[in-house]
Design a binder for this molecule. Structure first.
Ligand SMILES: Nc1ncnc2c1ncn2[C@@H]1O[C@H](COP(=O)(O)OP(=O)(O)OP(=O)(O)O)[C@@H](O)[C@H]1O
Ligand SMILES: [Mg+2]
Length: 262
């Protein structure tokens, strides 16, 4: 199952991606988490197996240049948008939670140094090339906003979770995510509420969503806030674990995964 997480800035995408990745892992699934946000921070939401400095994909300029044809294989200014990424995953994959995968796009260039077209092309092809086998679940944490959907980065996703917070603007972004996802042929797009403080928050969001049903609601959590302040993955408290377990089971129902556990 390939799940992309999208939405307005700061609504809780990375928090949800980290919690879901850990919960899927606890349920016995083999997970590959992908941080597709150049301003990367998914790694801080996961228990890494090796705390050494993370080398993001964007910093692997030799590899990106070779894959994209920027190493001289193409005329200057041209890049391959369909690079051959066969077999590169083990080379660029980090490890968390005792052997689960993490791929970090990251950030490397200086101000004014250009776009991340080649890096995003590699990421998109990697996501598209992951087949059933060593990975059961791929979770893609996206950058804020809509550009990644215009680029088609998550076009291999089967499900998109459009994260919303209590607030009208995040709902507008979620509706735009749904429209752009449909353009990519992705029809399983579900809103997930993060950070509701009470039932009234949830009711107002549900009202704003109209006939688009909320898939799950992760309440505001002091532990999540404290963990972010400390720069560590949050402890998953029992109530949050139950919500995540239910969300996972709903996702499996909506998008069956092969019974191919560790
Ligand atoms: N359920 C929650 N309870 C309390 N705080 C939360 C909750 N979810 C997210 N937060 C906090 O909200 C802030 C933004 O969360 P997060 O980084 O996950 O959002 P994001 O959508 O990934 O942001 P960006 O668009 O910058 O990537 C963080 O400080 C995070 O700790
Ligand atoms: Mg984020």
């Amino acid at each position: 199952m390939k799940i992309a997480i999208a939405g307005k800035g700061g609504v809780g995408k990375t928090t949800l991606a980290g919690l879901l990745a850990r919960r899927f892992a606890d349920e016995g699934f083999r997970v590959l988490a992908i941080d597709a946000d150049p301003d990367a921070n998914l790694a801080s939401a996961l228990p890494l197996d090796d705390e050494r400095r993370i080398v993001p994909l964007a910093a692997r300029t030799d590899l990106i240049d070779r894959l994209s044809g920027r190493d001289g294989a193409l005329s200057p200014g041209l890049i391959l948008l369909n690079p051959d990424v066969d077999g590169i995953l083990p080379e660029i994959r980090l490890s968390w939670g005792g052997g689960h995968g993490l791929l970090v796009l990251g950030w490397h260039k200086g101000g004014g140094a250009g776009c991340y077209c080649a890096e995003n092309a590699v990421l998109k092809r990697v996501l598209g090339s992951i087949a059933a086998g060593p990975t059961d679940v791929v979770l893609l944490d996206s950058e804020a906003g809509l550009e990644h959907l215009s680029r088609g980065t998550p076009d291999a996703a089967e499900v998109i979770l459009a994260v919303v917070e209590p607030g009208q603007r995040s709902l507008e972004t979620a509706f735009a995510v749904r429209d752009l996802a449909r353009d990519l042929g992705i029809h399983r797009v579900f809103p997930v509420l993060c950070g509701a403080r009470d039932a009234s928050d949830e009711e107002r969001v549900k009202h704003g969503l109209g006939d688009w049903p909320l898939l799950a609601s992760l309440p505001y959590s002091e532990e999540i806030r404290a963990a972010d302040l400390d720069g560590r993955p949050p402890v998953i408290e029992p109530a949050m674990a139950a919500i995540l377990r239910s969300l996972i089971h709903t996702l499996i129902y909506l998008c069956p995964v092969e019974e191919n556990r560790r």
